[in-house]
Design a protein around this ligand. Structure first.
Ligand code: FE
Ligand code: FE
Ligand code: MG
Length: 166
């Protein structure tokens, strides 16, 4: 039987599922970028940065969970292969080749800013068409804004500390 939960969506559901799979790919890449960044990061304030990156990794994974669950509710299939992440991603992946704290922070700040823009677009698309997805995206974007703020605050502390040293 056709699901009412899908029938009430007032936009092309396949297109919405595609947008959600793009966001799902971003979340997995963001998860790994944080997770591996926490392993390799070096420099001043390393411990505070590792704690934040590790926490953000788990939060990105929880975003992937929310999005995959919504895709399945809509009758779609969440992206099945990691190779697909690179075809679908909006925000790409920055390998932390340079392990210095400030470089790793900058890469992740850039990633958060892309995530915020992407989810803001998704809010605009779903606001009237799909309040259920809108509500999920609102939860996620609120956390991405927090992530940008947390990383920016760490970067500011780092810069203050370095500027006061001889
Ligand atoms: Fe996220
Ligand atoms: Fe984030
Ligand atoms: Mg945080």
């Amino acid at each position: 039987m056709a699901k009412i939960g899908r029938a009430i969506v007032k936009m092309d559901v396949d297109e919405l599922i595609n947008l959600l799979n793009k966001a799902l790919s971003d979340e997995w890449l963001a998860y790994y970028q944080y997770w591996i960044g926490a392993k390799v990061v070096k420099g001043p304030m390393k411990d505070a940065v590792i704690a934040e990156l590790t926490l953000h990794a788990t939060e990105e994974l929880s975003h992937a969970e929310l999005i995959a669950t919504r895709i399945i509710q809509l009758g779609g299939t969440p992206v099945l292969s990691p190779q697909e992440w690179f075809r679908l991603t909006n925000c790409g992946y920055d390998a932390p080749v340079d392990h210095y704290v400030e470089v790793v922070l900058d890469q992740n700040i850039k990633g958060e800013q892309c995530a915020i823009r992407t989810y803001n677009d998704l809010l605009n698309i779903t606001r009237e068409a799909d309040p259920v997805t809108y509500n999920i995206v609102l939860t996620i974007i609120s956390q991405e804004v927090e992530h940008e703020e947390d990383l920016s605050a760490l970067k500011e502390d780092l810069e203050l500390m370095l500027s006061r040293r001889q």
